[in-house]
Structure formats: structure tokens, C-alpha cells
Write a protein that binds this ligand. Structure first.
Ligand code: DTR
Ligand code: ZN
Ligand code: ZN
Length: 314
């Protein structure tokens, strides 16, 4: 009964189409892209998208901050910013961090990469904001300038924390990353922390436990999942380098779906999980809303569970 009520609250009916709150955010990001073209670093579209995120956070009762940074890429100077919001309550010695990059590549609405992660994270922030008496501080970050060879926003954030003798970093229990969670030919991927024995894959302690928070959740819903690589450039890398436990979810990029993955998750074998990766076709028509809602539920679960108790990570 409760599940039905929750589902009714989370879903809006438009005509005969049901639109989740996460999908509604994607509609907003598509409208912004139609108006501004893209959300590339330094563009008016990035600013407009940031204002949308900030308004959503304010409505959910958060005060958010912009953390500005500059960087140079191929001889060009850029300025951008991260958006940071955190719970008022909860121990600031045991902070759970969750992040998604807000920027997109040029000339693309960048809906799967990565309005999807942005939208899912907004829903998690809203849900955590509704909870009373949480034990651990939860910090949400929408990163700037990920779409460069270095993910500059997260790199800047981690560098600032590391400067403080590493004290700031010691307070972070784990970092959870969400980059592409609504691919049109999706797998339900959990960042693979079981990389022991693979020397090219660093695995900070605690990461396997973060992975289990997600896999236990999918298990409880009888939802198959697969372990996906995390040694790809995204915002978890800066945290891995400082040995912070990380985890995350991913529904696939330009890599083709295997026959095995198609058997498990449906969809089309031999076709990329996101054929429109980094192209103008990454728009609202080319995402999987079911994957988005499932990943959003998993993120909400991880955020609310770890807000109460991180002993599962010890
Ligand atoms: N490089 C990211 C997308 C990406 C591709 N593979 C993975 C694996 C894990 C996280 C992210 C990714 C981007 O273009 O933003
Ligand atoms: Zn990208
Ligand atoms: Zn991305």
C-alpha cells in the first residue's frame, strides 16, 4: 500500500503518459537546450541549467553555493563552477558525497550525458531533504567542466580539500558518481570495485561495500545488474586518486551491448548502449525513462541509507 502511495506521489500523469519527477527535469533540460543550444562550459546554457538546479534546491529547502574555478585547456582559459548543497544536520566528520556533472559537450542537449545524472541527483537531494534526524551529513555536488580530458570541477574540489592536510578528505565516508543513467539501450551497471588483482584499477578501501549498497538494492527488487568499469574519465577519478571509497551507476555509452547483456537486460545486441554518445542526437527522444527511474530509485536508496548509517562501508 505504502509503495503504491509513494509511486502515486512520484509520478504525474500527462494525458495517458506517466512522467516521473526525474523525467520532468529532463524535459526542462531539453527545453533549455532548445533555447540555448547546449550546456558546454562557459556557455549561457550552462548558466541557465545551473540556475534551474539552484531553484530546485531552494524549493527543496537547501542553500546552495557555487564553487568557482579556472583552468586552461589547449591554450584556452576557462572559468566554471560547481554547485554544492548539503544537509544542515548530520555529522560533518562522516560526510556522504554524491555527484553528477552538469556540463555537456558542445552542440548537444546532452540529456543522457549527463542531464540524467543531474536529474536523478536532484531527486535524491529532495528525498534526503525530507528526512528528519539524519546521522551523517549528505553533500550533493553538480560538477562543472567534466567534459575535458581532466574532470576539472571535481579535480578542483578534491585539491582544495586535500590542501587542508587532508583533514577535509578524511571526513568523506564515500563518493558516489552518476554519469549517464538513462541510456537508450541500457545495462544496469554498478561501478566494479571487485578489481583486486587488476593492477591498472585502483580500488580504494570501502569501495566494494559501496558497490554492495547498490547491488543489495537491485537484488531486493529482483533486478539484474552488471559490474561496469570505472577506470574511465569521470568525476570519481579525483576521489580515487586520494583513496576515498567510491561507487556509482552507469547505463552504458558508445560500447556495443553484448549478446549476454541483451539476454539479461533486453534491448539490442551489437548496438551501442548509447548510439548518440557525445552527439546532437543525445536528446529527450533517445533515452530510456525506465532505466532513469530505476537508477533514480537506487540513488535515493543509497543516499537515504548512508545518511542514516555508514557502518555498511566499514
Ligand atoms: N567519460 C564519461 C562517460 C563515461 C564513459 N564510460 C564511463 C564509465 C564510468 C563513468 C562514466 C563513463 C563522459 O563522457 O562524461
Ligand atoms: Zn561525456
Ligand atoms: Zn558524462
Amino acid at each position: 500500500m505504502l509503495a503504491v502511495l509513494v509511486a502515486l506521489v512520484l509520478v504525474r500523469v500527462v494525458g495517458d503518459r506517466q512522467v516521473s519527477d526525474a523525467l520532468r527535469h529532463l524535459e526542462e533540460f531539453q527545453e533549455l537546450a532548445d533555447e540555448y543550444g547546449d550546456r558546454a562550459t562557459g556557455s549561457p546554457g550552462y548558466e541557465a541549467a545551473a540556475e534551474y538546479v539552484e531553484e530546485q534546491l531552494e524549493d527543496a529547502g537547501y542553500e546552495s553555493d557555487r564553487q568557482y574555478f579556472t583552468f586552461e585547456n589547449r591554450g584556452e582559459e576557462y572559468e566554471s563552477f560547481n554547485i554544492i548543497a548539503e544537509t544542515d544536520t548530520g555529522s560533518d566528520e562522516n560526510v556522504v558525497m554524491l555527484g553528477a556533472h552538469l556540463d555537456g559537450v558542445e552542440d548537444s542537449a546532452a540529456i543522457n550525458d549527463n542531464a540524467s545524472g543531474v536529474a536523478a541527483l536532484l531527486e535524491a537531494a529532495k528525498e534526503v531533504g525530507r528526512q528528519d534526524g539524519i546521522n551523517n551529513k549528505v553533500r550533493f555536488v553538480w560538477w562543472g567542466a567534466e567534459e575535458f580530458p581532466e574532470s576539472y570541477g571535481s579535480r578542483h574540489y578534491v585539491k582544495e580539500l586535500a590542501e587542508d592536510n587532508g583533514d577535509g578528505l578524511d571526513s568523506i565516508a564515500a563518493y558516489l558518481n552518476f554519469d549517464m543513467v538513462a541510456s537508450p539501450n541500457p545495462v544496469i551497471g554498478v561501478y566494479n570495485a571487485r578489481g583486486a588483482g587488476r593492477p591498472w584499477l585502483e580500488v580504494p578501501e570501502g569501495s566494494e561495500k559501496v558497490m554492495e549498497v547498490f547491488t543489495d538494492y537491485f537484488g531486493s527488487r529482483d533486478q539484474p545488474w552488471t559490474a561496469t568499469t570505472w577506470n574511465m574519465a569521470s568525476d570519481q577519478v579525483a576521489f580515487i586518486r586520494e583513496d576515498v571509497a567510491v561507487g556509482g551507476l552507469f547505463t552504458g555509452s558508445d560500447v556495443e551491448k553484448s549478446a549476454r547483456e541483451a539476454r539479461i537486460f533486453g534491448g539490442e545486441a551489437g548496438r551501442p548502449m548509447d548510439p548518440n554518445y557525445h552527439s546532437p542526437g543525445d536528446d529527450l527522444d533517445n533515452i530510456d525513462p525506465e532505466a532513469l527511474d530505476l537508477m533514480t530509485d537506487a540513488i535515493i536508496h543509497a543516499a537515504t541509507r548512508l545518511a542514516q548509517d555508514t557502518s555498511a562501508l566499514d
